[in-house]
Each structure stands twice: as structure tokens, then as C-alpha cells.
Design a protein around this ligand. Structure first.
Ligand code: PMV
Length: 321
């Protein structure tokens, strides 16, 4: 048997503006993961999938257009090997469609397990490229931030640049220095939101009011630079204020929602250093930066305010160079 896994992720800052070439910072969530297990299949079976959490099972050749069938085929093609006979079991503890990267993590676990099972080891950039192509099926033109942070599995500064052919975006990726651990509390609004919907709406608004949206995206970009400096300095108080400012800009961009704002206000009132939505918006999750004194009270307050799920996670400081 071959097993592999991949983490969930959170966008700390810069979502939406990242689609328009401004930087964003994303964090892997090592404690919540998607898993892929591979066992040999019957001769001639081809690739068979089982996703017990979703109560789904299928043969890749019967559902060739399924994104995971396609991804398995693309991976085998990338490795230039014949189609193997095997059974792939996919499981995940990452909430679906809530901005925590569940789709990209399942896809990454699949690519990692399949390549390992076939005796190969792909560098993160190649895993990321395979998963990006698959993500396009769900999201249209994703910036690539999800597949990148999940494949590299480290806190990343991410800037998208469109390739000349307009197809695969070229990403500039740099590690981010985190001088003090970040204690984050994540609250799920329970409102499922498909990322491509707010992304499409922002595109329409930007086309209708390019000057206004260019200024908003520039302001987000400037904040992301300040956030990188606060992370490097270990200044979590300043970081909280900057996350609040990012939330204000996301509200102006039009991707917040009453449910998100209720949880954000609740977290701040319960002592969070800062709070904002994370990911596509209109639903999904928000994150709150807390400290040891406020972590439990923020968590409890979010639960009382109706968050359908509350997760606490600590992002470790990065090794200092
Ligand atoms: O909803 P998520 O976590 O997949 O995040 C989407 C992030 C956006 O910036 C809104 C879109 C993108 O492709 O970067």
C-alpha cells in the first residue's frame, strides 16, 4: 500500500487582489489533511476511486470527465508510464467549499500517492502544476495560490503573473518569515460558497469601475507588504490591526457577507487581535488572530454566535536564517 497526504490551507491576506497580480500570503494547515491510499487493483481494472466520506466509488474509465479521473490520467501521462491497475481511496478532514483548500488538498494527496506508488518523486512545482490544471475545472481562472501553498506546504508569499499565452499563470513564490507563532481561530459560517462566484462578480465590478477597483487592489497589495513586515518582526498586535484593515477592503470589494461580518465582529469583541474573512468570501470561513489569553474566549464566542465549526490552529514560527 502507498499512502500520501496534503494539508488544508488558509489565505492570511490578499485574496481577490491576488487574481489581479497583487501579492497574497497563504498558510498551510498541517493538522487538517486530505489522504490518498493506493492498493493494487485487479488486472485490467484500470484506476478505481473510492471516496467513502462522499459515498462515492467509480472507475476512471467510466467517468473520464471527473476532475479526479482526469488528474490521475494527467499524472500518469506526465510520468510517461502505462495506465496502472489500482484502487485509490480518498479521505479528508478539511471542510468542503469553505475556503480551506479541500479540493486542492485532495488533488495533491492523489498526485503524491500516485507518483510514489509508481516509483517517482515529483518536486512541489510539478505537483502544483498538475493540481492547478485540475483546479481550473472547478474555478475557471484560479490564481494558483491554493495548489501552490498546499504543494510547498510552507507559509508563502505568492504573486501571480499571467503567462504570455494567458494559460498557466506564472507564480512568483517566496517563503515568508514568521517570527512569533500565530494562534488562529477559524470560524465557519456554514454558508457553502463556490469561489468562482465572488471571483466572477469582482471581475464584473472591476470591468465596470476599473479605476476604483485598481485603487482597492493596490491598497490590499500595500497591506500585504505591511503584513509581511509584521510577521517578520513578530509584531502580532500590528498584524491584528492590518488584518482588520484587509477585512475593511474586502467589504468594499464586495465579497464579505452578513454572516462573515457577524463572526468577525464577535471575534474582535471577544478579544481577538484582528479578524477577517479568508478565501473567496460570501460564505466559507473567517480567521481570528488571538493570543494565549484570548484563544479560548474567541473560540467559545464564535460557537455561541452560530459558527458551524470552530478550529484552533497554531502556525509555528519559521526557522530563522
Ligand atoms: O476560496 P479559496 O480559499 O479557494 O480562495 C480563493 C482566493 C481568491 O483570491 C478569491 C481566488 C484565487 O483564485 O486566488
Amino acid at each position: 500500500m502507498t499512502a500520501a497526504s496534503a494539508p488544508g490551507k488558509l489565505i492570511l491576506c490578499g485574496e481577490h487582489a491576488v487574481v489581479y497580480g497583487r501579492p497574497a500570503i497563504a498558510l498551510p494547515l498541517p493538522d487538517i489533511r486530505a489522504h490518498a491510499q493506493i492498493t493494487p487493483g485487479l488486472p485490467g481494472s484500470g484506476v478505481q476511486f473510492r471516496a467513502p466520506d462522499l459515498e462515492r466509488a467509480w472507475y476512471a474509465h467510466e467517468l473520464p470527465d471527473d476532475p479526479l479521473s482526469e488528474l490521475a490520467r494527467a499524472t500518469v501521462r506526465w510520468l510517461d508510464t502505462p495506465t496502472p491497475d489500482l484502487m485509490i481511496t480518498l479521505t479528508s478532514t478539511i471542510p468542503i467549499a469553505s475556503g480551506m483548500g479541500s479540493g486542492a488538498a485532495v488533488a495533491t494527496a492523489l498526485v503524491r500517492a500516485l507518483t510514489a506508488h509508481l516509483g517517482y518523486s515529483l518536486p512541489p512545482a510539478d505537483v502544483s502544476a498538475l493540481v492547478y490544471a485540475s483546479e481550473q475545472r472547478y474555478h475557471g481562472t484560479p490564481s494558483g495560490i491554493d495548489n501552490t501553498v498546499i504543494a510547498y506546504e510552507q507559509a508563502l508569499w505568492f504573486t501571480r503573473r499571467m503567462a504570455p499565452d494567458g494559460q498557466l499563470p506564472l507564480a512568483a513564490v517566496e517563503p515568508v518569515t514568521i517570527a512569533q507563532p500565530l494562534t488562529l481561530v477559524v470560524g465557519d459560517t456554514g454558508v457553502r460558497s463556490e469561489t468562482r462566484l465572488p471571483v466572477g462578480e469582482v471581475r464584473r465590478r472591476w470591468q465596470a469601475e476599473p479605476d476604483r477597483y485598481t485603487v482597492l487592489f493596490d491598497q490590499v497589495g500595500a497591506l500585504v507588504h505591511q503584513i509581511r513586515a509584521a510577521l517578520a518582526a513578530g509584531d502580532n498586535l500590528a498584524l491584528g490591526t492590518l488584518l482588520n484593515a484587509n477585512q475593511a477592503l474586502l467589504e468594499q470589494i464586495g465579497v464579505s457577507s452578513p454572516e462573515l461580518e457577524r463572526l468577525v465582529a464577535t471575534a474582535r469583541a471577544a478579544g481577538a487581535l484582528g479578524a477577517k474573512l479568508s478565501g473567496g468570501g460570501w460564505g466559507g470561513v473567517m480567521l481570528a488572530l488571538t493570543d494565549s489569553a484570548s484563544r479560548a474566549s474567541v473560540s467559545a464566542a464564535l460557537q455561541r454566535a452560530g459558527a458551524t465549526r470552530v478550529l484552533e490552529t497554531v502556525i509555528n514560527a519559521t526557522a530563522q536564517a
